[in-house]
Design a protein around this ligand. Sequence first.
Ligand code: ATP
Ligand code: MN
Length: 449
Amino acid sequence: MTAPRIATLLAAGQPGSSVIVRGWVRTRRGSKRVNFLAVNDGSCLESLQVVAAENLPNFDEVQRITTGCSVEIQGLLAASEGQGQRVEVQASRVTVLGWAEGDAYPLQKKGHTLEFLRQIAHLRPRTNTFGAVFRVRNVLGDAVHRFFQDRGFLWAHTPIITASDCEGAGQMFHVTTGAGPDAFFGRPVSLTVSGQLEGELLATALGAIYTFGPTFRAENSNTPRHLAEFWMVEPEVAFLDLAGDMDLAESFLRAIISAVLDRCGADLAFLQERFEPTLIPTLEHIVASEFVRLSYTEAIALLEASGEAFEFPPRWGADIQTEHERWLTERHIRRPVIVHGYPREIKAFYMRQSDDGRTVAAMDVLFPRIGEIIGGSQREERLDRLRSRIREMGMSEDALSWYLDTRRFGTVPHAGFGLGFERAVQFVTGMSNIRDVIPFPRTPGNADF
Ligand code: ATP
Ligand code: MN
């Protein structure tokens, strides 16, 4: 029999009904006559209070229950007189499914640091913090699918092992059986840094697709916003231009943040209290406010005029750094900013060349706290322009002949973007380190668990 989850019992359980509850004990307190167990099953932040009295045949066993033990409780749901909770369980049977070795259990006390919890990432999902983060992550992922499915986008699965490098999106991990880099596939292959190029092949046949899967970058950047393995959401849409791409990105971000506000109230309130005092108002503000569109040239002018002592002085032609992104979104404009029209020299070969000869139809969505959350562009659909750019950049036309075929045969304007899923989870949870929003982070020097 499947026992109802505790979230369901707390929200809708009828006093007087008999129930079975399974979960892990967070705390036990009480006297020689009656014990109170706080049981959590991961379905929600709150634990369910179980009242275990001395008339239980194994009451001596109950008194030896420690934090972390797994239990199955049979009993009667009763209106709770205690603080806060609507219902509690009066136990008629308590079965200890697994003991937890008393003091050896590492999660006894509250208030472990996030750094310590990272070292025990195999157990940290049992804490309030990581339960909340992973529940919010789930809702955000579900909202991604709902957004695109409701609009007729097809979820597409692009390869993880690839011979293309999406032209420098990031440093790659090479895949080998150990018998030499070419032995298995007859050519060197790597873990994908982006599904975009393959996504374009599908979008120029199916109209609108999105990928949602893992990507890998061997960037040796130990920052709070980079992982070696992270999840990306990459929509790609035929017959879409840059303006449409920016609109899509904005409505997408608003929709997934709204879903979290609607469905994760208790977890957000907890995360706000613990980590980010302005979390909920910030999310509400983002959902309510229009994102500001700013050309790259305007953005550089604002940065130059800011009078700030940036580590990297802003300069037309150079990339916009994280410190610049944060100044724009947190200090100057105080809401999300979409910067578009970047210099062609700092962007990938496939971005559509503008008539000015210096810029391409690229856009980045910048968020407060996070900086770049989305990078996207309208793609160059004109075969001659694309070819000349490939040649200029010293790349091989041959290796990309399959990609160029989309432009040879029935080419259409199209556009898309990539959302770093963990950066979005960071934003909605208020967690400041990206290692704390994915269950088992991979970073330079770390591949435990
Ligand atoms: P950044 O400049 O922040 O390293 P990028 O320009 O390399 O990002 P893109 O190639 O445009 O990023 O990738 C699309 C999105 O993927 C980014 O907007 C970001 O949200 C996310 N992203 C990129 N690299 C990482 C990483 N190493 N870990 C987590 N998310 C990432
Ligand atoms: Mn990068």
